[in-house]
Ligand binder design. Sequence first.
Ligand code: HEC
Length: 135
Amino acid sequence: MRNYLILFGFVVSLNAFAATPQELIKQYESQAKQENTTFTSFSAERGAAFFKTERVHSDGKKVSCATCHTADPRNQGKTRANKVIEPMAVVANPKRFTDAAKVEKWFGRNCKDVLERACSAQEKGDYIQYLLSVK
Ligand code: HEC
């Protein structure tokens, strides 16, 4: 019994943290269907536009995801404090979108930072789809 419990805990923590981008897309897909009954599928083109579109923040500055992650996601980016951010495109950085907790944490932070609201599941899925599609 005890061994079962340990094994069970291990499997649960794996599900919570390790993932492939495809698994994350699946999770966001079921969420997107709940949020929006007309949702059909994610779009890399919509994700690309979302990544690059600048919005005027309430502090008056223009900001987009590309502000830190750069317009070409195969490149290294930079934080406002000038710290290097490893590339966002999966082709350049295979570690991207393999840790569900990390992905949620940064969507939370960065969507708030850029959009001043949370991202929808559709926006998250489009974003991952785009960064998977970059060759
Ligand atoms: C102010 C700078 C900044 C902006 C703007 C920004 N990010 Fe990020 N982002 C970061 C930093 C810093 C990290 C964490 C370091 C790392 O993962 O290399 C990160 C990591 C992420 C991750 C984690 C991905 C993974 O699997 O490792 C996601 C998802 C993400 N950002 C989404 C977005 C989205 C969506 C936007 C636009 C709405 C955005 N970011 C805009 C700085 C930024």
